[in-house]
Every structure is written in structure tokens, then in C-alpha cells.
Design a protein around this ligand. Structure first.
Ligand code: DX5
Ligand code: ZN
Length: 220
């Protein structure tokens, strides 16, 4: 069954605790935290201080999607405040292999791949990954439109996993709603990350809709 991962970027930040509890009620699987530094992407969000304060509001696992130039300098700060999955971007200018080695044993390791980046860029690291996040928008903001060509990489990622015996989950992030979720799941996606489609309207119903788009036991 597909996993639903609400991105709090579209949540009401003045009542995050309540929003997280609604996610739990709706059957969300992982909470997606979009961490932006204003350099890797043209937007700034929040850091470990905020994550620490919302950690006590839910028992759901946290994934930090680090859209920052120096994940090597910050990933541990997120791990220390209870983030169990750390996803770094394939496009950062620092070497990924030593970083992934450093993370081994502490957190689940993920790499995110922008729409313009081919999977060949991360092929050397696939055996080290727990999570491969296919970006279906250019990162920076919630509420953008799904890029269908980018989602084709899901198929490729699943094919490589089966062929080589890798174990990563494949996620999609950006413009995911009940319609685009169907495409992503048909391609083999295991994890649906969504901000707007979860937090605009009723959170519990919205998560149900995404689950059923993935053939799960949602409400419609
Ligand atoms: C984009 C973020 C996404 C974003 C998704 O930079 O990585 O996680 O919050 O937002 P929606 O689901 O609204 O496209
Ligand atoms: Zn994200």
C-alpha cells in the first residue's frame, strides 16, 4: 500500500500541533519537512528549533527534505531533534558518498532528484539508499504544477531497484493530488509527498483521497 507523507509547507504554521494530529488521524505515514536555506532554492523555511518543538506533537516519523547547499553541516542537527529520515539533494556541490557514509546507521538515507537531473547522476549511490525522492516540480514552493516527464523517473528507479536488488522506497514530491497520485502509483511510487492536496481543505479526507488514489483503503 502506498505511503502518504504530508508536507507541512502548506499547513497553518500558527497551529502546527493540531495539523499534525489531524495527519495522524487521517492515517499519514511520514511527516515531510521542507527545509530551505534561501541559497539552494529561492525560499527560506524553518530549522531544527521548530522541528524540535513540533516533535512532541506526534509519534509519526519525520523526514527532513534538505533543500540546502550544505547538508553535511546540518543533517546531524535534524537527527538530534528526532528526524529519522534525512533526504539530501543530488545537485549539491559537496561529495555525496562521504556524506552518505557518515549518515549510515544514524538515519534512513535519502536522495532527492530535481526534474532536470537524470537518474544516472545518483546511480553510484543507489545501493546506499533507503529512499529516492523524485521531484515532480522544481523545488522551492508548494502549490506548483506536476511535471509529468519528471515522474517517468519513478519507472526507471523501480526498474533499477528490481534489477539490482536495491531496497530504497521511491517517493514523488511536487504537484501531487488525487489525479497525479494515480500516475505516480501506476509508475510504481511507494511514497506520495503532498502539501497543498493535504492541507487545503479537510486534512483527514484529503489523506484518505490520496490513499485511495494509491489503491489503499481511503474513503472514496
Ligand atoms: C517543494 C517541496 C515540496 C512541496 C510540495 O519544494 O519540496 O515538498 O511542499 O508542495 P505541493 O504538494 O503543494 O506541490
Ligand atoms: Zn519536499
Amino acid at each position: 500500500m502506498v505511503l502518504v507523507s504530508p508536507s507541512i509547507l502548506a499547513a497553518d504554521f500558527s497551529r502546527l500541533g493540531e495539523e499534525l494530529r489531524r495527519c495522524e488521524e487521517g492515517g499519514a505515514d511520514v511527516i515531510h519537512l521542507d527545509i530551505m536555506d534561501g541559497h539552494f532554492v529561492p525560499n527560506i523555511t524553518f530549522g531544527p528549533v521548530v522541528v524540535k518543538s513540533i516533535r512532541k506533537e506526534t509519534s509519526l516519523p519525520f523526514e527532513a527534505h534538505l533543500m540546502i547547499e550544505r547538508p553535511d553541516l546540518y543533517w546531524e542537527r535534524f537527527a538530534e531533534v528526532g528526524v529519522g529520515w534525512i533526504t539530501v539533494h543530488a545537485e549539491v556541490k559537496i561529495p555525496l558518498r562521504p556524506l552518505l557514509r557518515e549518515m549510515e546507521g544514524s538515519v534512513r538515507r535519502g536522495i532527492a532528484v530535481n526534474p532536470g537531473t537524470p537518474l544516472s547522476r545518483v546511480e553510484p549511490f543507489l545501493d546506499m539508499l533507503d529512499f529516492l525522492l523524485i521531484m515532480t516540480v522544481n523545488p522551492g514552493f508548494a502549490g506548483q504544477t506536476f511535471i509529468p516527464e519528471a515522474a517517468l523517473k519513478v519507472k526507471e528507479a523501480v526498474h533499477l531497484r528490481e534489477k539490482e536488488g536495491f531496497h530504497y522506497l521511491v517517493g514523488v514530491d511536487g504537484g501531487i493530488n488525487a489525479v497525479t497520485a494515480k500516475t505516480a502509483v501506476a509508475y510504481g511510487a511507494d511514497v506520495l509527498v503532498a502539501a497543498s492536496a493535504v492541507f487545503r481543505g479537510d486534512v483527514v479526507e484529503n489523506i484518505g483521497r490520496l490513499k485511495s488514489a494509491g489503491g489503499g483503503d481511503g474513503q472514496d
